[in-house]
Structures are given as C-alpha cells and as structure tokens.
Design a protein around this ligand. Structure first.
Ligand code: TEU
Ligand code: CA
Length: 550
C-alpha cells in the first residue's frame, strides 16, 4: 500500500470549548488553543483535529452550524483562526477541520428562508413531509430521543431532523446543496487546512420512501434506515472528484451504521471516496438492548475480536483509524481501564493499544493525562443536549431517576467535555472564572503541570509511545495477528514486516497473569508501563509490554 503522511501521523483531537479559555469568559477559544500549540507539539503528534468552530447557536456545541464560513462568536474571529492555522503549520503540524454537512442549524439562512413558504427557493435544501392527521409523518426516533420530525407553522408540514430540532437535515438530492457543500470545503482548503473529519457522513443519502421503522433494535434502524442510503457512494465519489482529489488532504468519515460488511465501500483506495472512517463497533460494545442508557459490562474477548476483524478486513485495501474515546463518549480510562486502583497503569496500557495497532491513532484531549469520568450530583450541572434529552425522556417514562443519574455518570457525553486539566490551580488552569461546565474535581491530582516533569507520568508515557511508533514503521504498516484470541485477560498481538517483529502483551485485568510468549527466537523488552519492568512472563495488573525480536 502507498505510504502517506496521514497513515504515519498521530492525531490529537481538540474540543475547543473545553480546551483553554484565553479571555476569561469561561469558554475555551481559538486564542486559548493557539497558546497551547507548543504543548500539543511536545506530545509528538502531527495532526490536530479541531471540533466545529463555525458560527453556531450551540444547541449541540457547534454541530449546528449557522454560517460555514465564519467563526463562532465565543471562539473568536477569522483572524484568530488564521493565527491558529499559521501556528500549526509553523510547527510542522497539520489541521483537520470538522465538516458538519448532514445538517445545518435551523438558524442558518438557508433554513430561515426554506421554512418561510413552500415556494421559497431554499425549500428543497431540506426534507419536508406533510402529515394529514397531526402526527409526525413516520415513527422515526432521533439520535437524541423524540421524533425526527418537527412541525413548521408557515408551511403546515414537517421537516426532518435526525438530531435535535435545531439541526434540520440537508437534502443532498438537491445538486445545489451539494455544490454549496463542495464550495465550503474549497473555501477552507484554499485557506490551507489539511483535511476534514466528516460528521455523520454515512447519513447524507436518505431513503426517500420514508417508511416507518419496525424493529426495536436501534442499531439496526441506523444501519438499514438512516445510514448507507442508496446514493451515498455516488455523493462521496462526486465530492472526491470535485474537490478532495485536487488537494493533498486527508479525510476521515464518521460513520454510524458503517460495519465490517460495508466499510470497504467507503475506504477501499480504488473507490476514491474517503481515506478512513470511524466505526463504532467497539464504542457501542457496552450498550445493552436499550442503547447507551442500558449499559452492560464490556466483553474483552469481543473487544479484541473487533480490532482483529477490522484489521483483517481493511488490510491491503483501505486504511483504519484507531480511537478509544472522543467528545461523544465517556473517558477511555473509566470505560476500558480501571480509573481508581490501576489508574496510571491502565491509562498507559490503553495508550499502548492506541499507538501499536495498524491504523491512524486518534488521541482525545486529556486522555494523555488519564482524565476520568465525572459524577455531578445534580442533573443541572450537565450541559449536553443528548444527556438532557435522555433525562427528560426517562422522566416522562416514569423511570427511577436516582438510578438514571448513575447511568448519566457512566454514559454522559459530558464526561469527555469537562475542562482540560492544565494545573492544580482553581478551575484546573482552564480559566480564571467558573467554566461553562464544571471542572472534574480530580484536577488537583490529574493535570499537565504535575505530569510534565515526572518521567513516570501517563503524559510522558504517551510521548514515549508516540516516539517509539515513529521510530518503528513496522508498528505503522506491519501486519497484525492476535494470539490467544479467546483469553479473557490478556490481549497479545504481533506486528511484523520483512525486517522486524514485535510482540505486544497486555494484561487487561486487575489480576496477576502468567503467560507463555509465543514463537521462537529471542524477545527483547523495549517498552513497559511499570517502573521496574522485566522480561518475565508474569504480567502484573494492567501491565503492558512491547517486545522486539532480536
Ligand atoms: O455524532 C454522531 C453520533 O453517532 C453520535 O450521535 C453518537 O451516536 C452519540 O453521541 C453517542 O452518544 C456526531 C458528533 O460527533 C456529535 O457530537 C454530534 O452531536 C452529532 O454528530 C450531530 O452532529
Ligand atoms: Ca473564552
């Protein structure tokens, strides 16, 4: 396969609202991000993905865009963006923007116009459906609960919104809409941005019959009704031909409904659509039949199998992305590790996974410190629209709300959105004033300042792992094979190419485990996440070791 910068790069994801506040209004902003570029560079990463920064009324923290060519008031102005872009490029890094093109804000002029009358020239920018009997046209449920249809007085019909009612879905059937989006992409590429993460791009082609859905399994509804519509690949190929192919950029499509069976349709290199996608097989691993607020313990054997199957499926044909957390999920150390007794060990073990699998690694802000979930004791302290809508729905269904609060503690997207913990100072050094969302009280223990100069810190382990990956391209391009795939505690895999062979041994349990290292020849220990690391076959709780064959 071709070797390129976006396969070799390590990505750092920034949620600007929660990263660094420069003007002390409690909200992270572009100047704040600029002031921390040296820090990001010091990690050794190559690419910064910045979550949406466009003009937005912030119903969904920027995933509701009211002007795609302007900057959100709270974040600054276009000059701040230009400075950010310069600062990133000057440090030899690249910037990935977030393209939110499945829907706009209802405050975008397109929608403001469209909703005025049935004859408005913008009407066909969105989806409209009549309903004679005063109930929504279909029984579709939005991603955040409630109907996907909202009634519009002026036109006496309903518009489609797969997310909140302030996020009406754009009608990609309309060639003018597609042209608008391609122009927006060009606008940012011409400014010099290096690529896009494409929000819910798997949803842009709709099944125009708009049939009722008849299954209780929400994941299946997404896969077969909302995502992967009949024209999706036509649109992506058109977008590629019209804009993407003309620049040296990267794309990663976010993909609810993308699975092993259809992933290659999106990312096979010869199809000329996207470079990579984010799938959610491992991220929904703890969802019970009732979805994310019906969690079940995650099955480690399945966790391993998902990574193995995806590697097997894409190898030689497309490229993978590797992530264990982002702004939409609880913190990876709280989810997949042990955030109390083995906090540092398990955070480092998870970093070892992120940085030693085949695929581009994505590190979410704060995970390099082992930032954990938060547990606010009042629902009023939560800000996320999904959390609040789920809370309201649970209340209406008469659920036990004390119990539901514990579910919010483990499942809320706000777990990942508390302010970045820079220091032990008030508000974690994020801001001088009370931030828009409360700081996780553990900022006094977990923060950049305290880890910066500690060679044994999680932060410095990330730096070491990133460096090690770069020095050893076998860890980037080499083949992958899981061994002992049915072992419930140990995750062991080999990575190799013509020249080198590595063995990664990870004890993902709270217990001591003894293992036989597979294969013959001498294994030399190169990386370990315990202070006194040694070659022995005894693996301590959450111990991670990387061996190289000599
Ligand atoms: O997320 C899409 C998506 O799949 C999420 O809604 C996910 O199912 C949910 O967050 C799990 O709890 C993208 C963005 O990443 C998210 O922040 C936006 O809210 C959403 O699209 C709408 O733009
Ligand atoms: Ca600010």
């Amino acid at each position: 396969m071709n070797r390129t910068w976006w396969k070799e790069g390590v990505v750092y994801q920034v949620y600007p609202r929660s990263f660094k506040d420069s003007n002390n209004d409690g909200i992270g902003d572009l100047q704040g991000l600029v002031s921390k570029l040296d820090y990001i560079k010091s990690l050794g990463v190559d690419i910064i993905w910045v979550c949406p920064i466009y003009k937005s009324p912030n119903d969904d923290n920027g995933y509701d865009v009211s002007d795609y060519r302007d900057i959100m008031d709270e974040f600054g102005v276009m000059q701040d963006f230009d400075r950010l872009l310069e600062g990133i490029h000057a440090r030899g890094m690249r910037i990935l923007m977030d393209l939110v093109a499945n829907h706009s804000s209802d405050e975008h002029t397109w929608f403001q116009e469209a909703r005025k009358s049935k004859h408005n020239p913008y009407r066909d920018y969105y989806f409209w459906k009549p309903s004679p009997n005063g109930t929504p046209p279909t029984n579709w449920q939005s991603f955040f609960g409630g109907s996907t249809w909202e009634f519009n007085e002026a036109t006496q019909d309903y518009y489609l919104h797969l997310f909140t009612k302030k996020q009406p879905d754009l009608n990609w059937e309309n060639p003018q809409v597609r042209k608008e989006i391609y122009d927006i992409i060009k606008f940012w590429f011409d400014k010099g941005v290096d690529g896009f993460r494409m929000d819910v791009i798997s949803l842009i082609s709709k099944r125009l019959e708009f049939n009722d859905v008849d299954t209780a399994n929400y994941a299946k509804i997404i896969e077969n009704q909302y995502a992967n519509g009949p024209r999706i690949h036509e649109y992506l190929q058109e977008m590629n031909a019209e804009v993407l192919s003309k620049y040296d950029i990267m794309t990663v499509g976010e993909g609810p409904g993308i699975h092993l069976g259809n992933a290659l349709d999106y990312v096979a290199e010869d199809r000329r659509e996207l470079n990579m996608i984010f799938h959610f097989d491992h991220m929904f691993i703890d969802n019970g039949p009732g979805g994310k607020y019906d969690p079940i313990p995650y099955d480690r054997v399945r966790f391993k199998r998902i990574f193995s199957e995806w590697d097997e499926k894409l190898k030689g044909r497309g490229w993978n992305s590797i992530f264990l957390g982002n702004h939409d999920f609880s913190r990876m150390v709280s989810r997949f590790g042990n955030d109390s007794r083995y906090h540092a060990q398990s955070a480092k073990l998870l970093a070892t996974i992120l940085l030693s699998l085949r695929g581009t690694p994505y590190i979410y802000q704060g995970d390099e410190l082992g930032m954990t979930n938060v547990a606010f004791d009042r629902i009023e302290d939560y800000q996320d629209v999904e959390t609040l809508q789920s809370w309201k729905a649970a209340e209406e269904e008469g659920k036990d709300m004390e119990h539901f609060l514990t579910l919010v503690h483990s499942q809320s997207r706000d777990n990942a959105r508390t302010p970045m913990q820079w220091s032990g100072d008030e508000h974690g050094g994020f801001s001088n004033v009370e931030p828009w969302i409360k700081t996780n009280p553990n900022y006094q223990q977990i923060n950049v300042a305290s880890q910066e100069n500690d060679p044994g810190s999680i932060l410095n382990y990330y730096r070491q792992m990133i460096r090690y990956r770069k020095e050893n391209p076998t860890l980037i391009y080499g083949d992958y094979q899981c061994v002992m795939e049915n072992d419930p505690n140990m995750y062991i895999y080999e990575r190799w190419d013509d020249q080198h062979r590595f063995l990664i041994a990870l004890n993902m349990s709270d217990h001591d485990v003894t293992v036989e290292l597979p294969g013959d020849g001498e294994w030399d220990l190169r990386i370990g996440n315990y202070k006194e690391t040694n070659k022995s076959n005894a693996m301590r709780p959450w111990e991670a070791k990387i061996f190289k064959q000599v």
